[in-house]
Ligand binder design. Structure first.
Ligand code: SF4
Ligand code: SF4
Length: 256
């Protein structure tokens, strides 16, 4: 289904525009989950039609040195990959939240009804993803193997029904019940973005209207809505903002 004649650079430009649009709307208090839904559908379609902006995959291809598979000049891929790390450092994870097709498809299916599972320990999920990142780096740099290919990312979005297709399909089915399992446990690029986001300058934060009722913490799927949480796993999903009856959460410069 991927239309190879559409340049991958189109997907990268799309990612920049979507990420900045989300931030701009959040800053103005104009973002809502309906706008988010439109962006998530658009990003998912980009994944199936262009296989871009697929930055975790581009990161892997770059490390493997298979530069012909990038679909863009090496310098451009490197700049874009670095740009989103810098953006996570300043603005949080708007790329993961709305522009990445892998994240978008998981976010969409999590909206389906069904019993939701919770990963209670952030320490365990963070340890798991650091181990995943280490495994990814060893596989790519030492053994020249693409971990994301074995997880079926490429074959899923290409609708290529190989042995690896059901692996990512299973991850998507799991994402109906567990919020973004690929992003939170496996994605190597997302792990780097999450580390950058710890020091994010702009974050969703509470203001003086907060009476600590805890409603926002009840709806946050990543346990990042607490007043002192670092927001490294905040996908700007807006659930906390919309759960707050006192208009006490807004996106702005962090006090932390
Ligand atoms: S964590 Fe990885 S897969 Fe998930 S949205 Fe971010 S870059 Fe995409
Ligand atoms: S509910 Fe959690 S993940 Fe979603 S925007 Fe709020 S803090 Fe971030």
């Amino acid at each position: 289904m991927v239309i190879e004649s559409i340049p991958k650079a189109v997907g990268m430009a799309f990612a920049v525009l979507v990420s900045l649009l989300v931030v701009m709307l959040l800053l103005r208090g104009k973002f809502n989950r309906r706008i988010g839904l439109v962006l998530l559908v658009a990003s998912t379609l980009m994944g199936f039609l262009v296989f871009a902006p697929m930055l975790p995959n581009q990161f892997q291809v770059l490390l493997l040195g298979k530069t012909r598979q990038l679909g863009v000049p090496v310098a451009l891929a490197a700049v874009v990959l670095f740009l989103f790390v810098a953006m996570a450092f300043v603005l949080g994870r708007s790329f993961c939240g709305y522009a990445c097709p892998i994240g978008a498809v998981q976010e969409l299916v999590y909206k389906l009804p069904g019993k939701k599972l919770t990963l209670h320990s952030k320490k365990i999920t963070q340890a798991f993803r650091l181990v995943s990142l280490a495994a990814f780096l060893v596989l790519t740099l030492v053994f020249s193997l693409g971990m994301l290919n074995y997880l079926g990312v490429h074959d899923f979005f290409y609708l290529d029904f190989t042995w690896y297709f059901p692996v990512f399909l299973a991850i998507v089915v799991l994402a109906v019940f567990l919020y973004r399992p690929f992003c939170r446990l496996v994605c190597p690029y997302g792990t780097i973005l999450s580390l950058a986001a710890i020091k994010g300058v702009f974050k969703l934060r509470r203001n003086d209207n907060c009476n600590e009722c805890g409603e926002c913490e009840l709806v946050c799927p990543t346990s990042e809505a607490g007043a002192t949480d670092l927001k490294q796993e905040c996908y700007l999903c807006h659930r906390c903002v919309e759960a707050c009856k006192r208009n006490a959460i807004s996106y702005g410069r962090s006090k932390m």
